[in-house]
Design a protein around this ligand. Structure first.
Ligand SMILES: [Mg+2]
Length: 379
């Protein structure tokens, strides 16, 4: 049977680089300095000879888009993409998200439906923008109140779950002072938001002993999840599991964001040492997640693709969540991307509502000075 994917050829592969903006400057975490107030997104726009369009953040940045434009222009969509699988030609992986969007438009369905619509809608979403703002500015640090103010602002924006960065003692304070401040912040957020889910993320910045002291000191805070406490390894994760049991904690252990060793992570998950896998929604990608999903599901493990950095990535992660299922909550990056109409998405009472319109339901970025055409990309 002829499908629109067979009939349409990709005639244009064009790069756009819109800026995005957070609602406030985002401070440090355990490893990195200030995250600033936004950046530039490398995205790719596709058009077909039948007048269909799709776009998405590019895997592999500008180089990936340029290589794809050189080798793939003129190919039938069905040569590059199968709605049941994702990208089928490895050369088209930089277009992973753009092809999912394009296929959604060609088939008249939102991406989460292409993925099976197996997850809940709206999609539970947590606030991932609670960094070490207590430490800034350097010459007059604002202290714990700065973090509490961020939580209040984000609660007004619809959040009901907060992920607190911890690990101040890794780089910015002495280990003892850092531990004390991490505990103080966690307890203060719990006191201000008694009903909220609290997640914590150390960006691998704790020692196993330091983390044990932290967990002991916040044992009555009911942590929902612990992310990247230290570089993942079997011995330390086994001890963490025993410690959580001793404390009566039900916290989920989440890992696999930073330089993931996927076979090792699957082994750790199979052994019950990691509960939630975090590989990035863009750099790991939709097609890789879809391929891995049956194995992950058979292990009884959950996933939550890493989304930090770009508001667009939260919306992609939400489609994976609503499509595949098995995602307890997605990472919420606040903000806007220039020229992108995301008004179909709405955060309310801790959950992200997705538009039911085709593809990712976000009209194309406007063509303006931010557009950088790729040489020879139109045929
Ligand atoms: Mg993280």
């Amino acid at each position: 049977m002829m499908s629109p994917l067979t009939e349409h050829r990709v005639t244009e592969i064009r790069m756009v680089r819109p800026g995005d903006r957070y609602p406030r400057t985002i401070g440090r975490n355990a490893r990195l300095g200030s995250h600033g107030d936004g950046g530039r997104v490398t995205a790719v726009c596709l058009a077909t000879d039948g007048g269909a369009r799709g776009w998405g953040v590019a895997l592999g940045g500008a180089d990936g888009v340029e290589a794809a434009a050189r080798s793939l222009t003129g190919r039938a969509v069905a040569d590059l993409f199968d709605p049941a699988v994702g990208v089928t030609d490895p050369a088209a992986l930089p277009l992973d998200l753009a092809l999912h969007d394009l296929a959604g438009h060609l088939l008249g369905r939102p991406v989460y439906e292409l993925l099976g619509a197996a997850g809940p809608r709206p999609v539970p979403c947590y606030d991932a923008a609670i960094y070490f703002d207590d430490l800034d500015p350097d010459d007059a640090p604002r202290g714990v109140e700065a973090v509490l103010a961020n939580c209040r602002d984000d609660e007004r924006a619809g959040h009901r779950a907060f992920k607190l960065k911890i690990g101040r003692g890794h780089r910015w304070m002495s280990p003892g002072d850092g531990l004390r401040r991490d505990v103080e912040v966690t307890r203060a957020v719990r006191a201000q938001h008694p009903g909220a889910r609290i997640l914590v993320d150390a960006n691998d910045g704790y020692s196993p002993d330091g983390l044990r002291a932290y967990l002991e000191a916040v044992a009555d805070c009911g942590l929902y999840w612990i992310e990247e406490p230290f570089p993942e390894n079997r011995a330390d994760l086994s001890r963490l599991r025993a410690e959580l049991a001793r404390l009566g904690s039900t916290a989920l252990v989440a890992d696999g964001e930073h330089e993931p060793d996927v076979p090792l992570l699957l082994d750790l998950a199979a052994e019950g040492l990691v509960d939630v896998l975090l590989m990035d929604v863009v750099s790991f990608g939709f097609t890789a997640w879809r391929a891995l999903w049956p194995r992950v599901r058979s292990l009884g493990v959950q996933i939550s693709p890493h989304a930090w950095g770009q508001p667009l990535k939260t919306r992609y992660a939400a489609h994976l969540a609503a499509g595949l299922g098995g995602v307890p909550i997605v990472e919420g990056v606040p903000g806007q991307t220039d020229g992108v109409d995301a008004s179909g998405y709405r955060l309310e009472d801790g959950a992200l509502h997705l538009p039911g319109t085709p593809g990712f339901g976000m009209p194309l970025p406007v063509t303006d000075a931010s557009t950088e055409p790729v040489e020879g990309a139109t045929r």
